[in-house]
Design a protein around this ligand. Sequence first.
Ligand code: PA5
Length: 432
Amino acid sequence: MIKIDLTAALPFCSAADFTNESLRASKALKTLTEGTGAGSDFLGWVKPSKYLQISELTMINEVAEELSHNIDVVVVIGIGGSYLGAKAVIEALSHSYHSLLPQRKHPIVLFAGHQMSQDYLWELLEMMQHYSCACVVISKSGTTTEPALAFRLIKKHIEEKYGAELAKKRIVAITDATKGALRGLAEQEGYRTFVIPNDIGGRFSVFTPVGLLPMAIAGVDVPMLINGVIEQEGMSLCNDPDNPSIQYAAIRNALHKKGKLIEILANFEPKLHYVTEWWKQLYGESEGKEGIGIFPAGVDFTTDLHSMGQYIQDGPRFLMETVLSVAKPKQNVVINSQADDLDGLNYLVGKNIDFCNKMAEKGTIMAHVDGGVPNIHIQIPVLDARSIGALLYFFEVACGISGYMLGVNPFDQPGVEAYKKNMFALLRKGTS
Ligand code: PA5
């Protein structure tokens, strides 16, 4: 389902280099599947066919249906891995104007706790006064400041609006089975809860309740998404040179050794913007440590061809580009003829918009390769739940492989603590 084309990347490294990196990728995959590398206590996500339980999926579906009944807005509170997976999939698969459609089958899913903007929270709470609302609060550690603050305010709002007892039916918590403040709070208040498995870290948790409950609330076809994940599991865990996760990890490491320090993930479909954000977290937090790591950046084309295009074409040559392409759009929009042809577009009459987009994609790849930017092409057949499930899982496995190839522990994030330490000191945490 995931097609990877390295034709426009291989000329930037020798065949011997690529073969060598493919062998290293193969070994890294073995380390990952056998659990013999660093961070091996965080490999629960590797085999979704093992950890995904029908009973839990049924429960997710039931809670999602309940939270959809007579509820206009569900606020999902979380940050990092407790937010980006759900956001990515919901944006990728929803109608771009879902919230403006006159008839909606599913609640509008909004996010909070992914930053600490005072104005954002004020405006969210103001808006919530006018709608029937519920909330899903997600934190693996149960102690992260941003979501904890947002939850304190949203909990108060829901309790004041519906009363303490009914509020409990409108709040669901997703957290560790035993540890953290959120677990204690949820148990004391009697909220429904889902567990984030111990051995699955935040950025690898999209196929646990962390991602699946918000997706189900937004109307994503979760069973189909899981089908895509399980199908891809067979392909991405297979120690075969054609395995796209092995190929992707191998080529980015081969190019990195040739001085390509930054990888830009480019899409030609705006619905994929948050897939890029999710990918940035996955690769940035997994690989960027000990002075090592390929810097993950993202662009939305053709929009950013009119801003970042100049730099990519002509700036310092330390870039590689990965184009994330959707073979077939869901809708068809054909270009109409115009008698006067004042805009000069009649040469496109009868073609559709996607034809123009695809020609822009081809032309961009040719130009960037000519400009010295190697291109990795990753294609999914269509933007649906099955493909997106497969795509995210493909990236997860490739990330584990690539992290081991770089020689880091892809499953920890010690660097994230530095800002917290300073912030807590400045906030004088623990002094009152
Ligand atoms: O990947 C990670 O582990 C992080 O990005 C976490 O998901 C993020 O910091 C949020 O943590 P928590 O779910 O504990 O609130």
